[in-house]
Design a protein around this ligand. Structure first.
Ligand SMILES: C[S@@+](CC[C@H](N)C(=O)[O-])C[C@H]1O[C@@H](n2cnc3c(N)ncnc32)[C@H](O)[C@@H]1O
Length: 402
């Protein structure tokens, strides 16, 4: 059966109901905007029922290497970023990375007294965004074709900058073009992961402080702000991923050998819950760790546990490594228990070290938002930073667990 445009309003309402049920929409303003904007106008040719699923990305554009360079983001990610932005009528907003749909949602929320600028580096995306905005009746949005590394000076300053592309850093232009008490919502890459972070700045201090952060990922930034991660292949199907600034080195032959030995399991007795929060803790509270990634083939063959599928921090000690996994355990609050599996000659010790970290997180930080994330633009005074921090091109990112 082919769905008609008349069905769109019902599908849209169902999408909003589901996003509310999942706790991703928490305010009326975001719900009203998502109910108002016809998402299908920005994805011509996509089936209506697909358009209104909460977890599908639409109209992907792929480069010569097969990597996605642009998509209309999944609505669950857009809901999270809109909630993080706390938009109000009359605000001026810059959206970095375009497509039209999200700009229309923002335009709904800031209303006729607000202003929306959306910028993309890709001329095809700009044409598609313009056409969609016209179809849906949001011609007031400024659509700009440019590399957003330099912001969009002509419509600045912005009360909010919403970045919808994965970026490794916060370029000075964004801060120059942000109002003194503005907020940047940004998918920031560090330590081999991405977090959607809402950064506020205060009038007194150049430092940005995260009011909240969530899990999420985006296609990579192109142009002057493009950055790469380091990827070390242990086997053709199993690899270690690190930030470009990481100085970790590995004995790949020894790790390959370890991978072929039977793993030693250990269980923490603590619930497997909020794995993204545990992941952030493991990557920023103790020894430096890479992210362990594996192709489906390695999971199917039992080379690595299936919890590696989306990547997981690995504690590597020379010829041995360990990573976390889970099993059903009705006695924990989540119904699952966190454990570790370790491979290599020192499996008992390395496994125990990782288990101790997991227990420390469960005992002290088992909640959302326990980390204090700050960004210190150059020239950054980082003398007072005692916890984990990493130097980027335009500043220093710090994650503190004290
Ligand atoms: C996930 S898509 C944006 C989705 C969009 N906000 C929506 O409505 O769903 C990310 C976009 O960022 C763009 N992009 C990548 N690097 C950029 C840069 N340096 N400046 C501006 N846009 C960039 C890509 O061309 C791509 O269209």
């Amino acid at each position: 059966m082919t769905l008609q445009v008349d069905d769109a309003a019902a599908l849209r309402q169902a999408m909003v109901t589901q996003l509310r049920a999942e706790g991703l929409i928490t305010t009326e303003d975001v719900a009203e905007a998502m109910n108002a904007v016809p998402r299908h106008d920005f994805a011509p040719g996509e089936p209506l029922d697909r358009v209104y699923q909460t977890n599908t990305t639409l109209v992907p554009k792929v480069d010569a290497q097969g990597r996605q360079t642009s998509v209309v983001s999944a609505s669950h990610i857009q809901a999270v970023q809109l909630e993080q932005a706390e938009l109000r009528p009359g605000m001026s907003v810059l959206e970095i990375g375009s497509g039209g749909y999200n700009a229309a949602l923002i335009a709904e929320m800031v209303g006729p007294t607000g202003a929306v600028t959306t910028v993309d580096i890709d001329a095809d995306v700009i044409d598609r965004a313009r056409a969609g905005l016209q179809r849906a009746g949001y011609e007031q949005v400024y659509v700009v074709h440019a590399d957003a590394e330099h912001g969009v000076a002509q419509h600045a300053p912005y009360d909010r900058i919403i970045v919808t592309v994965g970026t490794w850093d916060i370029p000075p232009a964004w801060l120059d073009q942000l109002t003194p008490d503005g907020r940047i919502v940004v998918p920031l890459r560090f330590a081999g992961i991405t977090r959607l972070i809402a950064f506020d700045r205060t009038l007194q201090h150049p430092m940005l402080t995260a009011s909240n952060y969530r899990l999420g990922s985006f296609v990579s930034m192109q142009g002057d702000g493009a950055a790469t991660e380091q990827l070390i292949a242990v086997t053709p199907d199993v690899g270690l991923r690190m930030d470009q600034s990481s100085e970790l080195v590995f004995d790949v032959l020894a790790l390959r050998k370890a991978l072929n030995t039977k793993g030693v399991e250990g269980w923490s007795g603590t619930p497997f819950d909020m794995p993204d929060e545990l992941e952030l803790y493991l990557l920023t509270a103790g020894p430096q760790m890479p992210m362990l990634h594996a192709a489906q083939a390695a999971i199917d063959q039992g080379v690595v546990n299936r919890t590696v599928r989306t990547g997981t921090p690995a504690l590597v000690r020379g010829d041995t490594f360990a990573y976390r996994m889970k099993r059903e355990n009705p006695e924990t609050v989540s119904g699952f228990e966190t454990g570790v599996i370790a491979h290599g000659p020192q499996a008992e010790q390395v496994g125990a070290e990782l288990l101790n970290m997991i227990r420390a997180w469960a005992g002290r930080y088992y909640r959302r938002g326990a980390a204090r994330i700050t960004y210190h633009p150059n020239p950054a005074d980082t003398s007072a930073l005692v916890g984990w921090h990493t130097t980027k091109r335009h500043g220093v990112l710090a994650v503190d667990w004290s």
